[in-house]
Design a protein around this ligand. Sequence first.
Ligand code: FMN
Length: 400
Amino acid sequence: MRVSEIRDLIRVKPVELDATRRRLSACHDIDDLRAAGRRLIPRPVFDYVDGGADQEVSLRANTRAFRQFRFQPRTLVDVSEPDTTTAFLGSVTPLPLALAPTGYTRMMHPAGEIAAARAARRHGLPYTLSTMATTTIEDVAGAAGGGDLWFQLYILRDSGLNKELVDRAAAAKYRVLVVTVDCFVTGHRTRDRRNGLVIPPELTAQTLASIAGKPGYWIRMLRNPGIDFANFAGHEAVTIEGTGALFNPAISWDDIAELRARWPGRLIVKGPLGPADAARAVSAGADGVQLSNHGGRQLDRAVPPVHTIATVRDMVGPDVAVLVDSGVRHGADLAVALALGADACAIGRAYLYGLMAGGEAGVNKALDILAAQFKRTMQLLGVRSVAELRELGSSLLVKG
Ligand SMILES: Cc1cc2nc3c(=O)[nH]c(=O)nc-3n(C[C@H](O)[C@H](O)[C@H](O)COP(=O)(O)O)c2cc1C
C-alpha cells in the first residue's frame, strides 16, 4: 500500500502549534486541568491551591459528598433544548454558577484575577474578587467591567480599612458584597507548612530547585510585576504568615448588620454551615448565604456544605439565595445541589486548576467543561429547565 492510499483512508489531524492550546485540548474534565496544572506549577504553589487544612478530612469529604448522591432519571422527555439559564441574587446567568474568591491568584498565573474575571464575564457568570487579591479592586473593574463583579470581604482588625475596601468596591460598581465568616483565625494548611511557602517567594535552596524544575513558570513570574496584596497598598507589607494577624477573631453578627447598613447592593454571608447560622445571617440583613467550609481549608472535619442545603432551605424559605461551594468538580454536582434546594454553586479550585494549566484560556476551558457537563446531565436526567430541576428536586436523587 502506498502512502497516498493511506492518506485517503486516514484523516490527518492538524498539528496544534500553540503549546497552551495543545495542552488544553487534551483536557476533558476538571481532573485533567488539575493534572496539567500540576505538571507546570512548582509544588509549593500547586499545593497551596490543592491542599486543605490539617488532615484534609473535609477536603476529601467535600467531593465525596456530592458523589454520594445517585440520580434517578426520568426518560422519554423531550430534552432537545434544555434551558440551563437561571437567576439568583438579581443576576440572570446561563448556568447556576459563580466564581468564588481566591487569594494570591497571580501566584498561580500572572494573568491572575483579571483572567478569571474576564473568563467569568465571557460566560455570563459572576466573579468574586477576594480581599487578599493580588490585583486592585479598580484594576479588575477596569479590565473586566461590564461583567457581574462581586467583592469578598474578610472583616479585618482595622475597621477603617474594612470601610475603605467596602466603599472602594461600591464606587467601582461591584454588585454583591460577600462577607466571609469562617476565616477569623487561619486554618492550619499542613502542606504549606511542610513546603515552607512564603509570599512573596524567598530565594532559598528549595526555590532554586524549583526554578530548575519549572523554568517556564519562573520566567513568566519574573517578567511580570511582583506579587503583593494589591488592595493594601500604603499599608504595612504583609506576608502569608502575617495574614492571620490581619483578621479580627472577635467578629460578631453585629458586624454583619453594620456592613449591611453601609453596603448599597446585595449582601451574602459566606461560611454558614447549617440552618441556625443561615437564619442569623438573614436576621442580620443578608440577602443570601454561601454554604461553605472554605474548600476544606479552615476547620478540618467541618461538615460538607452539600449536606446542609436541605435543612438551610427549609429554615430560610424560598426567597433567600442559597449558594453552595466546596467540592464542585463536575457539572453533575450543580444538578445535585439544585435538586437539594440550592440556587447555585460556586467554584474555587475548579477554575484555579484551569488558570494554572493555561491562564485565561484555561479558566475558559474549565467553565466550558462545567457548562457542557451540566447541560448533558440535565438532558440525561430528563429535565428541561433549571426550574424543573428544582421542582423535581430530591425525587431525582437517591443517597448512594
Ligand atoms: C487557593 C484558594 C484561595 C482562597 N482564598 C479565599 C479568599 O481569599 N477568600 C475567601 O472567602 N475564600 C477563599 N477561598 C475559598 C473559596 O472561596 C471557596 O470557598 C473554596 O475554594 C470552595 O471549594 P472548592 O475549591 O472545592 O471549589 C480560597 C480557596 C482556594 C482554593
